[in-house]
Design a protein around this ligand. Structure first.
Ligand SMILES: Cc1ncc(COP(=O)(O)O)c(C=O)c1O
Length: 418
């Protein structure tokens, strides 16, 4: 398949200006994608950006300007959010292992809520809040009993370090309510990343509202907040269908209608990958081509230390989405890898430059026989869990640049990791 000429020219000129490998982030795609997610969700639902998916400050700032508050999982992410102008009351702090120092720092700086994941954590929040003379809004993360987690990395319905099991929830609430510095505002759940199945949400969304209702009644409270999770899947492998976000939006809208009487003022979902994965690609050049024991290898100038997450998930048993390539002598043409045996193409193991046999970026890729040094390989859907998720310091390789493609076609270096 041949793709738009201007894309090839953009990629070639990005490499000429900024070197290889690099990440290319396409603002127009980000904005269009964001708009389609926003359109799918009811107005009343806030869409938090989970910074862990791609913490690049320029990107986070752009997403925040599109109207997303931010979900952080460390004090480093919290500080980055504040430094790009996100007001403290637009930040929620999630994660099972928040340290005392992290908790103190976000209480000092202000926060919409801390999403507590254990009873012991509640005690630390109480102690720190007391010392600072503050009251802290807290939500409890619930590990829902479900058999339909759907996610490829489920964190509900199983023994998990994340959240509080449903059958421990009422006890946890009793403990929370005895802590004078904690303001219990609501519940949160998150089921794991790469969820493609609506069945989970058909079960979990009503369940979260049911819990709010039950708790309000049982403890004579008026909870204001419910976080419905996210983890919406993005295709990385052949056969992956895009997550049906419109249908998800309808499920949520229906539950909002049924539960209007709860008068919830803050209903949110959180997403990282679904917002950023598709706006980015990882681009690398072939350093060497060689043969060994009857197989062809293309060694690229990048590797799994940059594109970690999408390669570890199921690498050995699933076929990746096709990659694209630009040959040196056809620099105005991007072609896409064709699956299956194909004339003039040879199955190739695309490997990185790390000194470990596990550094296989994609194996069995059908690439032209003529593939040679300097040819360019382009890996789609790489805007999430790329650089910041990688084994970056192994072998002390230099970091790839992160390049921003603006709607007017201009390129800008927005790298931030040094
Ligand atoms: C609590 C929480 N929220 C949100 C996310 C983001 O998930 P995704 O990038 O799949 O949207 C994660 C990912 O691990 C998470 O743990």
């Amino acid at each position: 398949m041949q793709v738009a000429v201007h894309e090839a020219q953009t990629i070639v000129s990005a490499i000429e200006r900024f070197g290889s490998p690099l990440f290319l982030y396409d603002e127009s795609r980000l904005v269009a994608n964001y708009a389609s997610i926003r359109e799918a969700l009811p107005q009343a639902v806030r869409l938090y950006y989970s910074m862990k998916a791609n913490p690049n400050p320029y990107l986070c700032s752009t997403i925040h300007q599109l109207d997303s508050p931010i979900e952080v999982a460390s004090i480093g992410e919290y500080r980055r959010a504040v430094s790009i102008g996100v007001p403290a009351e637009e930040i929620v702090f999630t994660g099972p292992g928040k340290s005392r120092e992290e908790i103190r720092a976000c209480i000092e700086g202000g926060i919409f809520c801390i999403n507590a994941e254990s009873v012991q954590e509640l005690q630390v929040i109480q102690e720190e809040a007391q010392q600072l003379g503050a009251t802290v809004p807290v939500t409890l993360r619930v590990n829902l009993k479900t058999t339909r987690a759907g996610s490829r990395m489920a964190s509900v319905g199983i023994p998990s370090q994340f959240g509080i099991d449903e059958d421990q929830l009422e006890d946890a609430i009793r403990t929370l309510l005895m802590k004078p510095q904690l303001h219990f505002i609501g519940l949160h759940t998150y089921q794991g990343t790469q969820n493609f199945h609506l069945d989970y949400y058909r079960e979990s969304v009503p369940r979260m509202f049911d819990w709010v209702r039950k708790i309000n009644r049982q403890f004579d409270l008026h909870l204001s907040t419910v976080g419905l999770g996210g983890g919406f899947g993005v295709p990385h492998f052949i056969g992956d269908e895009p997550f049906p976000i419109m249908e998800f939006g309808r499920i949520v809208a229906e539950e909002l209608r049924k539960n209007e009487d709860l008068n919830l003022s803050h209903i949110f979902v959180e997403s990282g990958r679904f917002i950023t994965a598709r706006m980015g690609c990882y681009i690398s050049q072939v350093l060497y081509v060689k043969h060994s024991h009857g197989k062809r290898f293309a060694i690229i100038d990048g590797g799994t230390h940059h594109r970690a997450f999408s390669t570890v998930m199921g690498r050995s048993f699933k076929a990746h989405l096709p990659i694209r390539y630009i040959l040196q002598d056809k620099k105005d043409t991007i072609r896409e890898e064709v699956s299956g045996a194909h004339e003039g193409h040879v199955p190739t193991n695309v490997v990185g430059k790390l000194c470990t046999p596990t550094d296989v970026v994609q194996s069995g890729v059908q690439l032209p026989e003529a593939l040679d040094r300097g040819d360019i390989l382009i890996f789609p859907n790489s805007g999430a869990y790329g650089l910041s998720c990688g084994n970056l310091y192994f072998l002390s390789h230099t970091l790839p640049k992160e390049i921003w493609l603006a709607p007017d076609g201009s390129l800008q270096d927005v790298s931030w990791l040094g």
